[in-house]
Design a protein around this ligand. Structure first.
Ligand code: AMP
Length: 281
């Protein structure tokens, strides 16, 4: 596996790839890798000749400086895992190379930006848009792989590509979970034993709503979820929404059968866990 720390090193490898007309798949990450990330690499490996993974903890998408500072970093272990998964190149750019100057670009994600995560993490998706656009410009992939664990982010990236006509196919991959259902996340590393034991309740409740959805109204389910989660002393709901899976807006009464998504953010102490499930009936 090639390790590139700079754009120059990256370009050196990409030149050969382009010359040989190889198809490139790209997996952007912030490191502290787990099997969720690795599943994206494996997916990319199946569909491309050459797979690039980036590791960059992007400061512009953190609205909370403490979260940025505490974000786990373990590049050596990440590199080992990527090598094992068959990644061809890992790109570890510096902040100066990703952000050489002020970015005056206007990003327009429409209403997607104002709801769910956007409401609670102001500026977050602009930061995501900035870094992914920059990385796409640098890596120039044919295909890019994102986890549906960050469902809203996936929709935002599709909008980004549309807005700037970026010639890349954006592919969403299923959420990978621990055996007890907890969605894998780099932030799980920071959970205490008690918080870790409590956290699977989030997915358990989401699954319960999915299975029993017709039995209650959306308002009733939201209240049910808050009561269930908040009755656990280690968890506290920040938000729970059940919305149209394409627009992330309230379900249109004229389209009761539209695909829906339940999205939530739950705090375990100061660690923020997000999860979602799709409901397609
Ligand atoms: P991150 O390093 O958290 O920015 O995530 C990098 C990519 O991995 C994003 O596309 C995430 O959606 C994806 N990802 C993170 N956790 C999971 C998971 N549990 N299952 C599938 N994909 C994931």
């Amino acid at each position: 596996m090639i390790i590139a720390h700079s754009i120059k090193e990256l370009n050196c490898s990409l030149e050969k790839i382009l010359k040989n007309k190889l198809i490139t798949g790209f997996v952007p990450t912030m490191g502290a890798l787990h099997q969720g990330h690795i599943s994206l690499v494996r997916h990319a490996k199946q569909e491309n000749d050459f797979v690039v993974t980036s590791i960059f903890v992007n400061p512009t998408q953190f609205n909370n400086p403490d979260d940025l500072e505490k974000y786990p970093r373990m590049p050596e272990k990440d590199i080992e895992m990527l090598d094992e998964a068959g990644c061809d190149l890992v790109f570890l750019p510096s902040t100066d190379e990703v952000y050489p100057g002020k970015d005056d670009t206007t990003y327009d994600f429409g209403r997607l930006e104002d709801v769910l995560e956007g409401k609670f993490r102001p500026g977050h998706f602009k930061g995501v848009g900035m870094v992914v656009k920059r990385l796409f410009e640098m890596v120039k992939p044919h295909n890019a792989y994102f986890g549906l664990k960050d469902y809203q982010q996936f929709l935002v990236i599709k909008k980004l590509v549309e807005q700037f006509n970026i010639p890349v196919k954006v592919i969403g991959c299923p959420t990978i979970r621990e055996n007890d259902g907890l969605a894998m996340s780099s932030r799980n590393l920071r959970l205490s034993d008690e918080q870790r034991n409590a956290a699977p309740l989030i997915f358990e409740c989401l699954q319960f709503i999915k299975k029993n959805f017709p039995k209650k109204s959306i308002q009733e389910w939201k209240q049910w979820f808050v009561d269930k989660i908040n009755s656990n002393q280690f968890l506290e709901v920040e938000y729970i929404e059940i919305v149209d899976a394409n627009t992330l807006l309230d379900i249109d009464n004229d389209k009761p059968n539209a695909e829906k998504v339940i999205c939530t953010a739950v705090f375990a102490g100061d660690i923020r866990l997000i999860d979602n499930v799709l409901i397609n009936y």
